[in-house]
Design a protein around this ligand. Structure first.
Ligand code: SAM
Length: 368
């Protein structure tokens, strides 16, 4: 039996679930307390206890008795009124207990304020203005609230893209021509969701996510990526896909082709010919065959990155942006080698590296 015992009151609030998961992984036993007969929001409680409502006269006494009976060391109070009452009570009780987490509303602010701080850091316009602009010009900046909302939903989507890259996605979306947004390699949809939100806001076009959401003999990313290859074999891609699909479904204008990028190019061209793509579980989206933003984040083996560039960049529009993810990568040099070849050619008039990604802009006259 663990000596660490967490009492959660009220155990009916879903906001307690992430904290309880962490506490359990740290070895806590979890005791759920409630004043109602509703099922607790937390699964697999080690014990349950009934307490009066916090507003009832007998609450303090019953709470103190529960602490002693269940040998409680820590208390989590996800309801703000309960938290405030227990915060006062713990100073008056003879036996101390540790009240976990700040006031729930202070917790909400702590979770949200980094999004406002990120939004404030996006204010300077100098970088996008310094670039030669497409015929569409530079689209207006987002408001602080729009930026904070974008950042918050980005953080809530699991994935492998960081907030510096989000800043770059925002900047190039303001400069992008109209056309399709194509992402090769979406996983849970973190970068895809951000691209899709930006493409919707700036009326760039629909976002098409290309990913097989499975592991096959074609998933091998090369010898330097041995650890990545081994890890991928243990992932449940069906779960990942269902999670992605819910994200895509809540960002209008998003669709997907569930295939390796080599195979998906034919489907993309067919969709461009017919003018739309209709994937299971999502609404149809328009497809133009002209790519405004192309994010290559699939198999990072050199020959695979090269194949993605060869197959997909002929569709890249003038002033369109190509992004090679993991240009800076610790498991191989495929994106770097492929990216350096592009840098030494004449097809792109502007390039920069931000986070781990190489961003290249298609020069208007270049056609491969
Ligand atoms: C690094 S993750 C993508 C991360 C994602 N862009 C994000 O922001 O979190 C790589 C994804 O590429 C997919 N993938 C691997 N090989 C691929 C290929 N040949 N074509 C398309 N997707 C591929 C994998 O299934 C995986 O979901």
């Amino acid at each position: 039996m663990s000596t660490l015992r967490l009492l959660v009151f009220p155990a009916t609030m879903d906001s307690a679930i992430p904290f309880v998961r962490t506490a359990r992984s740290l070895g806590f036993e979890i005791v759920g307390a409630s004043s109602v007969s509703t099922a607790p929001a937390i699964d697999e409680l080690d014990d349950r206890v009934h307490l009066p409502f916090v507003s009832e006269a007998g609450f303090d006494h019953a709470f103190e008795a529960a602490l002693s009976t269940h040998r409680i060391t820590h208390v989590l109070a996800p309801h703000h009124v309960v938290w405030s009452h227990l915060n006062g009570l713990r100073r008056r009780l003879a036996a101390p207990f540790f009240l976990c987490s700040p006031h729930p509303f202070a917790g909400h602010w702590a979770a949200f304020s980094p999004s406002l701080e990120w939004a404030a850091r996006q204010a300077p316009d100098a970088f996008p203005r310094s670039l030669a602009q497409s015929p569409r010009g530079l689209a207006p900046a987002l408001t602080e609230s729009q930026l904070a909302g974008l950042h918050r939903s980005f953080l809530h989507t699991p994935g492998e893209t960081d907030e510096d890259k989000l800043a770059a996605l925002y900047t190039i979306s303001r400069l992008a021509p109209a056309g399709d947004v194509v992402e090769i390699g979406s996983l849970y949809g973190r970068s895809a969701q951000a691209l899709s939100w930006l493409a919707g806001h700036y009326r760039i076009g629909a976002t098409l996510c290309v990913d097989p959401w499975t592991v096959s003999e074609k998933s091998d990313q090369g010898p330097a990526a041995r650890l990545v290859n081994e890890e991928a074999a243990h992932l449940d891609f069906e779960q990942i896909f269902r999670n992605f699909l819910a994200t895509a479904a809540s960002t209008p204008g998003t669709s997907y082709i569930r295939a390796l990028s080599d195979d998906a190019i034919a489907r993309y061209r067919e969709s461009a010919d017919s003018g739309s793509l209709h994937a299971d579980g999502l609404d149809p989206v328009p497809v133009t065959g002209r790519i405004a933003l192309l994010h290559i984040d699939g198999n990072h083996r050199y020959d695979c990155v090269r194949a993605d560039i060869r197959n997909w960049t002929p569709h890249l529009a003038d002033y369109g942006w190509l992004m090679l993810d993991d240009y800076v990568w610790s498991f191989g040099d495929g994106p770097r080698r492929a990216g350096d070849e592009l840098l030494s050619g004449g097809d792109f008039d502007y390039a920069f590296v931000l986070s781990d990604t190489l961003f290249l802009r298609r020069a208007p006259a270049a056609r491969t």
